[in-house]
Design a protein around this ligand. Structure first.
Ligand SMILES: C[S@@+](CC[C@H](N)C(=O)[O-])C[C@H]1O[C@@H](n2cnc3c(N)ncnc32)[C@H](O)[C@@H]1O
Length: 154
């Protein structure tokens, strides 16, 4: 599906590359004539892949989006970044998410739970993500362990 996605804390960029090459998706089929049940075969959307890499601290909006030109993002991914960010800096991460996300944007976060010891990331409690994002987001846990999904309502 066409759209804009941002992978926050992308590491080697494996998932960002996957997102950019995940197409093509078939167009929805539609009736040949009004009222007809016949459909034509879905045609592939043209591939329009473009990946831009940005070296930035995801808690610093001016680094992530210096010109304030990003935004209107449909999919935000954070696979293991937020849960390692010190608590005092997580508001910066949330500011960036809010600045980038279009209405209807889906935010996917994989975060280990709190309470681990040693060099493990400090983690994220189940209620922390909605609290960080504030109003206008609907969040829930996914069946896959440690994955959360939030949708921007407006
Ligand atoms: C566990 S790795 C996950 C990498 C990638 N998301 C993946 O799934 O393979 C966490 C990543 O978050 C990045 N990271 C941590 N804190 C960050 C910050 N404040 N700004 C940008 N990246 C950060 C690290 O550099 C690292 O690449």
């Amino acid at each position: 599906m066409p759209g804009h996605a941002v992978d926050l804390g992308c590491g080697t960029g494996r998932q960002a590359r996957y997102l950019a090459t995940a197409g093509p998706s078939p167009r929805p089929t539609r009736p040949r004539r009004p009222g007809s049940a016949r459909t034509r075969e879905g045609r592939a959307e043209p591939k329009t892949h473009c990946v831009q890499w940005r070296l930035a601290d995801v808690t610093e909006p001016r680094q992530v989006d210096p010109g304030g030109r990003l935004g209107g993002v449909d999919l935000l991914l954070d696979n293991g970044c937020l849960h390692g960010i010190p608590d005092a800096h997580r508001r910066g991460w949330a500011n960036i998410v809010r600045a980038l996300a279009a209405p209807g944007c889906v935010l996917l976060v994989r975060a280990a739970p709190r309470g681990r010891r040693g060099p493990a990331p400090s983690g994220l409690g189940p209620d922390e993500l909605p609290a960080l994002l504030g109003e206008g987001w609907a969040c829930g846990a996914l069946p896959e362990p440690h994955w959360y999904r939030c949708v921007r309502q407006h």
